[in-house]
Write a protein that binds this ligand. Structure first.
Ligand code: AGP
Length: 605
């Protein structure tokens, strides 16, 4: 959360910085700001609200200069306000700093700085940094040394970028929060994530923890914390700026829902052959997982639901699996041994809780694997193995296509684990692989018919929306409820269908709508739960395979999905749920791509 941009090249920095901030708004949108070196000083402009508010201020003040940094904020310390917006300066405007993360010892530093006469103008943890740098500069340190000395005093997770009045450079460092340098023909970019500058260059260097980057107009250097130069590889980004645009859709979320046939084709491309049932995951040698006897997942939010789905896929292949919420696991890790594979499921690869959970395993014999979408992300770099889901950039805060790709990759990995452990395909293998080939086309047919756009008109003004399912339909119900609450702001909860009668049934009234997910497994039992809520007056929308006649006859409304294997019907049902949430949120005119209080990449614990 929070997006950092930086840019040092010919021409005016403001346009590049604003474009970068707008492309990083998925990381936070409580306020935005920029600092531009104007030849004789630093112009700092910042505003509470989305980047559009800052743009209005920029249009009015017309700052100009070739070197600058920018920031879009998701508040941690202090509410959204002009004063708390980044960049932050010290007692003068000699130094400007932007920050992503949390400086844990800021209170101590702030008190210390105040005792020495420094005055603070914001509630943020960040503001200690420019004050510290300023003090070192006043003591005669060069900007690089002043930056290093200030960073030395910090505890916590952070990515920082700084400009100094009389030096043509951007100084940056990271510890826990991501930073990537873009190498252009005529200069450099810096950002929390590649979409900030992908329209200018696809050549990038991912900074490692504790790297310090110094970007000058015609050179760059990367150093460790003892100021020794280090070499970092240059990677090429394999997607283009068009992939990160709305392409005529009203919202990124809708575009990303519609991208699923293509993104799933990318996920599975070259990874299996249904004719001979081979599975080729290039990342792993055959037999690589033969020593594994159980799988533990750590993940958050939608990725946690994909992990729960993965537990079913593994369990059905006889492999014990358990999914942990990473925020809990980081505080209470479970015992592991050298036969344990711990999979961190994280679209961004930057979620602090998930990273912290994986780090807790560093001194254990467990093997760690990152299942992620972002090449070069922290999770990808810090784990023993990585399996990329290859979904392409996802900009909408609500995860959609990445969930489908996570589950699909987990289906292949589950089958692969079974083969490595037992030496033979599972009995579900041919059905799964045959159905996987058809999956993108089946999702395409759901997108073409899109029945929930019309259906939701019948269900306006309901008090509560309960999503229920059993087996694989359970994580799908949880995911449906998360998506619904995230973008509609309406009350929604997901339950295991059989759990209703143990408490939640007390909440059911004629003003409750129950969305029941069916996959072709355990349908009879879920139908009993449907009848129980109907008996209390609730209306039921069933999402089920097209041939589920009894479900069709029982539910108040029936939303069909093409028939696949029960293992994949959950994915198809989930696409209907994505569309359902989208249409309700759209009717309510919610901020679909940037829901209130949320950010895409949650880099604080
Ligand atoms: C999903 O719609 C949410 N935005 C959120 O729950 C998200 O899935 C979660 O924060 C985990 O993110 P990650 O996959 O990047 O780790």
């Amino acid at each position: 959360m929070c997006g950092i941009t930086g840019r040092i090249r010919s021409g005016n920095a403001v346009g590049d910085l604003m474009a970068g901030l707008e492309n990083l708004e998925y990381r936070g949108y409580d306020s935005a700001g920029l600092a531009v070196k104007n030849g004789h000083g630093i112009d700092v402009l910042k505003r509470e609200g989305e980047a559009a508010e800052l743009r209005a201020l920029v249009d009015q003040r017309q700052p100009s200069g070739p070197i600058g940094i920018g920031h879009t904020r998701w508040s941690t310390h202090g509410p959204p306000s002009d004063a708390n917006a980044h960049p932050h300066t010290g007692s003068t405007d000699r130094v400007a700093v932007v920050h992503n993360g949390i400086i844990e010892n800021y209170d101590t530093l702030r008190e210390e700085l105040k005792r020495r006469g420094r005055e603070f103008t914001s509630d943020t943890d960040t503001e200690v940094v420019p004050h510290l740098v300023e003090e070192f500069l006043e003591d005669g340190a060069e900007p690089f040394d002043a930056f290093m000395s200030a960073v030395d005093r910090l505890e916590g997770s952070y990515a920082l970028a700084m400009v100094v009045e009389d030096t043509d450079a951007i100084f940056a460092t990271r510890n826990g929060s991501p930073l990537v340098v873009g190498l252009a023909d005529d200069g450099y970019f810096l950002a929390s994530d590649v979409p900030a500058f992908i329209e200018f260059t696809d050549q990038v260097i991912y900074l490692e923890n504790e790297d310090v980057a110094v970007l000058r107009p015609d050179s760059h250097g990367i150093f460790d914390r003892s100021a020794t130069a280090v070499d970092r590889p240059i990677d090429t980004i394999e997607w283009s700026s068009e992939d990160a645009e709305k392409s005529g859709y009203d919202h990124y979320m809708l575009k990303e829902i519609h991208e699923q046939p293509a993104s799933l084709n990318q996920t599975i491309h070259g990874r299996f052959d249904p004719t001979d049932e081979s599975i080729t995951l290039d990342e792993f040698e055959p037999g690589d997982f033969s020593d594994i006897s159980r799988v533990e997942f750590v993940a958050c939010g939608t990725s946690y639901h994909a992990a729960l789905y993965g537990c079913h896929l593994l369990g059905q292949r006889g492999i014990p699996a358990y999914a942990h919420r990473a925020g809990e696991y980081a505080s209470n890790p479970m015992p592991v041994d050298d036969e344990t594979l711990v999979i961190g499921v994280t679209q961004s690869g930057e979620t602090a809780d998930t990273l912290e959970s994986l780090r807790r395993l560093e001194d254990t014999p467990a093997r760690t694997l990152a299942l992620t979408n972002v090449v070069g992300s922290t999770a990808a770099r810090e784990t023993d193995d990585v399996l990329y889901i290859r979904a392409g950039p996802e900009i909408g805060v609500a995860a959609t296509k990445t969930f489908s790709s996570q589950v699909t990759a987990l289906a292949l990995l589950s089958e692969r684990l079974h083969r490595d452990i037992t030496g033979e395909p599972s009995e579900r293998s041919s059905e799964l692989l045959g159905s996987l080939s058809a999956l993108p086309g089946q999702i395409g047919s759901i997108l073409d018919s899109d029945p929930t756009a019309e259906l939701i008109k019948k269900y306006q003004g309901m008090d509560a929306h309960f999503f229920i399912g059993r087996g694989i339909a359970h994580p799908v119900a949880l995911e449906g409820a998360l998506k619904f609450k995230e973008i509609t702001y309406e009350h929604a909860e997901g339950f295991a269908a059989g759990q209703l009668k143990h408490g939640p049934l007390a909440l059911v009234t004629p003003n409750t709508v129950v969305i029941a997910v069916f996959t072709g497994d355990h349908d009879e039992k879920t139908l009993n739960n449907v009848r129980e809520v109907q008996a209390r007056g609730a209306k039921v929308i069933a999402i089920a395979p097209e041939d589920a006649e009894e479900v069709r006859d029982t539910a108040d409304d029936f939303v069909s999905i093409p028939s696949s294997t029960p293992e994949l019907n959950g994915l198809l049902a989930n696409v209907q749920l994505q569309l359902l949430s989208y249409h309700v949120a759209n009717r309510l005119e919610r901020s679909i791509d940037k829901p209130r209080n949320l950010a895409k990449s949650v880099t604080v614990e």
